[in-house]
Design a protein around this ligand. Sequence first.
Ligand code: SAM
Length: 236
Amino acid sequence: MNLFPEGFDCVDEVVQIQDLTLTITRPRSAEALITEEEYANDERLPYWADIWPSGRVLAEELARRELVGTRILELGAGLSLPSLTGLAHGALPLATDWYPDALSFARANAARAGFGALATMEVDWSYPPDALFLEESFDLIIGADIAYERRHAQQLGALLTRLATPATEVLLADPRRPDASALIELLKNQGWSHQRDERRLAGHIDEQGPVVYLHRFFSPNPITNDAHEPGCDSLA
Ligand SMILES: C[S@@+](CC[C@H](N)C(=O)[O-])C[C@H]1O[C@@H](n2cnc3c(N)ncnc32)[C@H](O)[C@@H]1O
């Protein structure tokens, strides 16, 4: 039985995340998926169809952690490499994107790898479904390369503010996109604590170069800030 969506010209990409070797089936060319109709629909572009360097960095970070039973929400997950890594390590990820095809590929890759069912939800940051807020709260909210347009700061800032509890850690991998700084400043101005680490990629770099920032935030709740003062512990 073919687990993957019909109608795509696919390729297999082998990804090594520490001890975990993952074969990710994905569309051969994201560019070939661009359509005028999709772009007319809120300027959608099929960035989901690639595994971005930030996704690898975030997956590597997760693979270094104790994740059993950790409730993870991934925003703009695309092919969902971090969620797949989390699932393989015993976490409970919910992978989300505004492209249903991305989520179909993510579920199929999880099933083919023998990781079991990957929970997914179609989520547009501007119009998040009520169901997202009915989920049990998340321990970790993650996103890889999701703040790359001007409008993303407001969209993600509002969404994170609604979703993060005082105990939620927000972890964003960012290949130093110019528009990411607007989100970081917005959250900091709202009183979120912020810590930035730097990761260097050995291969698979894109036009942003080998350095990816890992941003770690906690919401401004004073109890949370006492417990997670930046600088008290390290991401590495
Ligand atoms: C640069 S790609 C990164 C994909 C994946 N996180 C990775 O690192 O491989 C950005 C992702 O954000 C998703 N995205 C962009 N705008 C979105 C929105 N308004 N709501 C939900 N997802 C969105 C895209 O569909 C895409 O999957």
